[in-house]
Design a protein around this ligand. Sequence first.
Ligand code: BES
Ligand code: MN
Ligand code: ZN
Length: 497
Amino acid sequence: MTGTTLTTPLPQIETPLLAVALTQGGAVPASLAELDRAAAGIVGRAIASGDFKGKRDETALLYPSGAKPQRVLLVGLGKPGDVTRNSIRRAAAVAAKRARALGTTQFAFALAAEARNGVAAADVGQVVVEGAAQGAWAFTELKAAPDDPKPEVETVAIACDAKEAKALSAGERLGEATAAGHFLTRYLQMLPGNVCTPGYLADRAKQLADQHGFTCTVLDRAQMRQENMGALLAVAQGSQQDPRFIVLEYRGAGADAPVALVGKGVTFDSGGISIKPAQNMEDMKFDMSGAAAVLGTFEALGRLKPRLNVVGLIPSTENLPSGTAVKPGDVVKSHLGKTIEIINTDAEGRLILCDALSYVRRFKPAAVIDIATLTGAVVVALGQVAIGMMGNDDALLAEVREAGERAGERCWPLPLWDEYRDLLKSDIADMKNSGGRGAGSIAGGWFLREFVEGVPWVHLDIAGTAYTDGDGPHQVKGPTAIGVRLFTEFILKRAGA
Ligand code: BES
Ligand code: MN
Ligand code: ZN
């Protein structure tokens, strides 16, 4: 998605679609009076008739005569005091989704000045491009004959005052980078398990490294054995597809301690011997969404080149049942040396992540954040609205949460109190990999914590937020690329950008 700026008065903008975002209540805002006048009062009538109230996600498509835009789409922002970066991003997404449905390759976007609520011009530029990328996205690559083929929406032109064009444009560059990351992540998420294998993810990581000048190291099964990654290997032993352990390194700040991002890359999770029910099992191709978010973040990093060092780690495997698969009751030794009794082979995410969390020590990171579709329990707790967040360091938790707020990817904390550690007590090993019914997400978090030593760490459970099972007003059904914007905001803030 490309963003441009437009300083032309609204009635003079030649575009197939001019989206105008405005808030709830009242008459035509002064900033839209000129457009309304040129179009013979069409905006005023939509509002006065009560057909358009300006509620969040509400739209009205108008066909003005007398003004240059072919169509005007009013988009509701909700209550005036509630307008934030996130609601503006969302309005842009709603508009872009409509642009795609209309078959236009570009659209213009205007935010009524009265609705702005103090959001800075650069922020408007950034979030409108991000929203446009989110809303316009659709996956058609694997259809030989798409039912209703539509061109890609490639450009959003944002209307602004000449004096704000420079700041807005700077924000757009940022938005373009996260949009590109988003695009890659959703693409990888959407690919089926027979295409997106651990080897495929590793190839994409290498491609990214070539494109942007990162260092990329990939371990195969034999190298994992040398590294004693017993937990990751236990999950991988049931599959014909070779596992991969992927490491990407971006250097933007010399010898400084890096931030490490660890993404769960289970390219298909059948549950293994503790097999899942058939209903919706196909969704388990999305079990590499954490890995995809890390790769998407590196796409954004490659474009933005912030002054910070970042390491990305992706343990990747399938989780399948077979004659060689790991069994309930088996005990394995992790890379850190702690032993694990595998109670449930479907709790495989923590097994592959724990080896990555101890491997990461060699980079002496300043902070570690892992991202994983880890537990069904987080869907029960928080639904599709928030990421479940746990960690060992209050300052880092606050920093991640704040990045999530700016990104429109909200995190909600769950406690890792000592009492919960008892859930993982094993009769035979240092711990077991599943704690039973209660506090499932916390048990997963506590398991991971056992492998983090002496470094601030946050765990993000995205099982509820990585994909949606239905269309929303601002995005299509399927992958959300959650994490890409959060990580990018986090990194930019740390880099002092
Ligand atoms: N990949 C699943 C978690 C998941 C569930 C992701 C629903 C997306 C939607 C994970 O590997 C898993 O199976 N977790 C188990 C853990 C349990 C056996 C302790 C779960 O949540 O049931
Ligand atoms: Mn599982
Ligand atoms: Zn899983």
